[in-house]
Design a protein around this ligand. Structure first.
Ligand SMILES: *[C@@H]1O[C@H](CO)[C@@H](O)[C@H](O)[C@H]1NC(C)=O
Ligand SMILES: *[C@@H]1O[C@H](CO)[C@@H](O)[C@H](O)[C@H]1NC(C)=O
Ligand SMILES: *[C@@H]1O[C@H](CO)[C@@H](O)[C@H](O)[C@H]1NC(C)=O
Ligand SMILES: *[C@@H]1O[C@H](CO)[C@@H](O)[C@H](O)[C@H]1NC(C)=O
Length: 188
């Protein structure tokens, strides 16, 4: 019994410590003047965090996705309106060319070997997305009308290599297969 209680107490402490670390991890993030977000989640893999402000009145979320990457890498974040995981996800992909100019493409991942055509997403994106690369991390700024006006969404994120500015496939093992989460934009 005592041993059981010790295990439970330890588990509770670890949970509290984990939650605290998670809050501190994303809450200290700084953004350029004029950008701030009410909520954030430190995502469990790929050195990533999501920051957002949800507007219930019009069902939109203004968000920033930040993920560590070398300059010869790309990162992406998106929502899957039809299921969980990669196929079907509508994503924002940030990458940069040799000059360091960062661009964002929006694409629908129609399979697990997608074409990455820069296309209109299946939910409204009322403000053109932008991205920056600084201090070893990309940040994608996007505004989305949450599909179905639901605060609960299947989200995905990813990171991979570039070659001469071209987006190459991400690794298909370890953390790159764990980068999905059902997120409630109300509670985080
Ligand atoms: C975040 O900031 C608080 C207050 O300044 C500090 O105590 C904490 O260590 C910081 N957390 C991280 C992860 O940097
Ligand atoms: C949604 O509502 C918020 C808060 O009123 C406003 O700041 C934002 O511009 C609106 N977004 C759109 C796309 O209308
Ligand atoms: C979205 O849902 C909220 C309630 O959660 C409602 O107040 C709002 O009018 C809805 N917006 C749209 C664009 O349907
Ligand atoms: C995708 O299209 C948008 C809108 O036309 C453009 O601003 C953006 O630079 C394009 N992205 C890439 C990576 O070509």
């Amino acid at each position: 019994m005592a041993r059981f209680l010790v295990i439970v107490a330890t588990a509770v402490l670890l949970l509290v410590a984990g939650a605290t670390a998670q809050r501190q991890g994303c809450e200290n993030a700084t953004f350029p003047a004029g950008r701030s977000f009410e909520r954030c989640n430190t995502l469990p893999v790929l050195g990533a965090s999501l920051h957002w402000t949800y507007h219930a009145a019009n069902g939109t979320a203004e968000l920033a996705f930040r993920a560590t990457s070398g300059s010869a890498g790309w990162v992406a974040w998106g929502i899957n309106p039809v299921g969980a995981g990669m196929a079907g996800s509508n994503v924002f992909v940030a990458s940069q060319g040799g000059s360091g100019a960062v661009s964002v493409l929006t694409t629908i991942l129609r399979s697990t070997a997608p074409a990455l055509d820069n296309t209109t997403l299946q939910f409204d994106v009322p403000v053109p997305p932008t991205a920056e690369y600084a201090a070893g991390a990309y940040t994608i700024y996007a505004t989305v009308a949450l599909p179905g006006n639901s605060t609960q969404q299947n989200t995905v994120w990813q990171a991979g290599p570039l070659s001469g500015g071209d987006i190459l496939p991400h690794p298909t093992s370890g953390p790159n297969l764990q980068s999905l989460m059902r997120l409630d934009f109300l509670s985080g």
